[in-house]
Design a binder for this molecule. Sequence first.
Ligand SMILES: C[C@](O)(CO)[C@H](O)COP(=O)(O)OP(=O)(O)OC[C@H]1O[C@@H](n2ccc(N)nc2=O)[C@H](O)[C@@H]1O
Ligand SMILES: Nc1ncnc2c1ncn2[C@@H]1O[C@H](COP(=O)(O)OP(=O)(O)OP(=O)(O)O)[C@@H](O)[C@H]1O
Length: 267
Amino acid sequence: MLAFANAKINLGLYVTEKRPDGYHNLETVFYPVKINDVIEITDAGETTCQIKGIDIPGSTTDNICLKAFDLLKNDFDLPAQQITLLKNIPVGAGLGGGSSDAAFLIKLLNDKFQLGLNTHQMEDYARQLGADCAFFINNRPVFAEGKGDEFSEVDVDLSGYKIILVKPPVHVSTADAYSGIVPHRSSKSLKDLIQLPLKDWKSNLKNDFEDTVFLKYPEIATVKQALYHEGAIFAAMSGSGSSVFAIFEDQVKLPELEKDNKVFYNI
Ligand SMILES: C[C@](O)(CO)[C@H](O)COP(=O)(O)OP(=O)(O)OC[C@H]1O[C@@H](n2ccc(N)nc2=O)[C@H](O)[C@@H]1O
Ligand SMILES: Nc1ncnc2c1ncn2[C@@H]1O[C@H](COP(=O)(O)OP(=O)(O)OP(=O)(O)O)[C@@H](O)[C@H]1O
């Protein structure tokens, strides 16, 4: 069986306070985008994970897909599986790639072995694997708070626009990015700001990681400026970086940006 695990971007991201458990509370809107990893599971003599496509730093045995499998195996009698992952989502890019793989594997195992888990039960398993993971179970635009895994409805539809994503050749560690942040409560809730017309997002929506990450990696700020120069209605770094997305009215070609970065069109 196969699953196509898409990525996400963050429309606004406010880090509001440090939690006693060392994590941070935040406000963000998760929005799914069409850059997909492909996950295949087949019955096997032992459970292993084989990775193709983009290289993932670290050992294959540390892959989050194996953590997801082991989590469900603790509660269900699952036969060994060969997990094959075709990695297309840039790694360490603020796109939730690993979290998405884990969430889609949970959904795949639920379907293949008819575990009978509903959306909320799968979200509870996903929460144990990462702060970004639970979003990918329902996989629809949503307002998120808490660690990023407490959801409420939001009405955002960008299907009439062209979304471009630019990945500079920079890997940003999420933990490092959070360690550089001074949490603060924003004067207006993102729940209200996100309802503004798209043309007003540039002056109202912010990603709190940009201030510190741009200082350390100015090439990411340069990409954002270039996207606005090319006519983007809204552009921002996604998550803790390093990728930058931009929303355009119409198709664009970005030959200058393609020279130094990986560019994904119309995601
Ligand atoms: C930056 C975002 O991408 C925004 O969507 C997410 O908050 C990151 O989520 P994630 O990559 O799934 O993060 P995890 O793998 O759960 O945590 C990685 C590290 O990031 C920090 N972390 C993560 C999420 C959060 N709400 N507060 C944190 O402080 C912690 O140091 C944690 O050890
Ligand atoms: N299947 C996987 N795909 C990508 N990274 C994985 C995977 N399994 C484990 N990892 C580890 O998780 C780290 C974070 O990867 P990921 O691509 O999720 O970062 P990200 O896109 O910045 O995510 P986020 O937006 O949640 O910060 C990687 O550096 C890698 O070492």
